[in-house]
Design a protein. Structure first.
Length: 343
């Protein structure tokens, strides 16, 4: 298994190389002029300023030359300098990424905790009231626009009821905890700052619930369908005939076999959440990678666009690897195939 994982990690290199090429071509195909976006129309009217700016950022070179220079810096771990923030892109991503990781991880945990038990329950009680309610929740979760849910939740829970704090990551009266992981809830616990932990959790819960809304609907549907498919197989009846209790049959045999498609959807959903939900981060004033990517795209900040694309691709690949490893742990047939391929 270890060799299989290492081989998959080695494949990261050509995949990330291809990702940088695609992102580089697409970003340079944008009609926006990065010079005008960065220095404004008035300064862009001066040929001397424009020439100096293009020379400073290497925009006077051909696109292939710019790409080769970028790869040379990338090999040494340098993602370049942001045209918009005038800071290293790696430093910007280090500042913005933990907020998205914290939000996305909380959202996917909520999704799994809600969707899997309810999906199994709906399948076991197929055709009943619980099944009907679960299917309605699933339909609403998939169909409802996430921006509408976000705006409505802010209006209801913050403006009307006042039971959640103002959209942000932390109250203005508090300072961020000492940086360890960049996750405020984790870092505040490490530092023993329980008041900061409670405040960070209060700011986190509403955007995480809203972000989990779509994935809950999708996971509910997949879990219910997969569980129903397993319940129609012969092995649950065989286990029952041996005198096993119903809960043991459901959670030890049926659910374990039904989790394969569920794990796939969880991995894809988590990858989508990690890529950054621009709408959620904007509405809740959440300083995550989605807002950073949006700013980079609107200002034609090529180094920042490439840095975000590279990091997002890296996370997607890691999530897919985790899904494949989970397959092997859940299904002995997959594990045998992996070990056989290694040999």
């Amino acid at each position: 298994m270890l060799i299989y994982v290492l081989r998959r990690l080695f494949l990261l290199i050509p995949i990330l190389f291809g990702m940088t090429l695609i992102a580089f071509v697409v970003s340079h195909a944008m009609p926006t002029d990065p010079v005008v976006s960065a220095i404004g129309d008035r300064a862009a009217a001066s040929p001397a300023i424009v020439t100096a700016y293009r020379e400073k950022w290497g925009l006077n070179r051909s696109v292939p030359d710019q790409y080769l220079i970028y790869l040379g810096h990338l090999v040494h771990g340098d993602l370049g300098m942001s045209i918009y923030t005038h800071r290293p892109v790696a430093q910007d991503i280090e500042d913005y990424l933990p907020a998205t990781v914290e939000l996305a991880t909380t959202a996917i945990i909520i999704s799994i905790g809600v969707a899997v038990p309810l999906g199994v329950l709906a399948a076991v009680r197929q055709g009943g009231a619980i099944d009907f309610i679960v299917r309605m929740i699933s339909l609403l979760g998939v169909a409802m626009p996430i921006f509408f849910l976000a705006l409505s939740s802010v209006k209801v829970f913050y403006v009307w009821l006042g039971i959640v704090p103002a959209p942000s990551r932390l109250s203005l009266t508090l300072s961020p905890p000492p940086h360890v992981t960049g996750l405020y809830t984790v870092d505040s616990l490490i530092a023993g700052q329980f008041s900061t932990f409670l405040d960070a959790g209060a700011h986190l819960i509403l955007p995480a619930l809203v972000l989990a809304g779509w994935s809950v609907g999708l996971l509910l549907r997949i879990t219910r369908t997969a569980t129903l498919s397993m319940l129609r197989q012969d092995f649950p009846r065989t286990v029952r005939a041996k005198g096993a209790r119903e809960l043991f049959v459901i959670y030890r045999h049926v659910l374990r076999n039904a989790l394969i498609p569920v794990v796939t959807v969880v991995g894809l959903s988590y990858g989508d959440l990690l890529s950054g939900s621009i709408l959620i981060e904007t509405i809740f004033a959440w300083p995550g990678i989605g807002r950073y990517a949006y700013t980079a795209a609107t200002t034609a900040d090529f180094p920042a666009i490439l840095g975000v694309a590279l990091v997002v691709a890296f996370f997607y690949i890691l999530v897919n690897l985790a899904v494949d490893v989970a397959y092997a742990l859940l299904d002995p047939r997959v594990r045998s195939a992996v070990l056989g391929a290694r040999q």
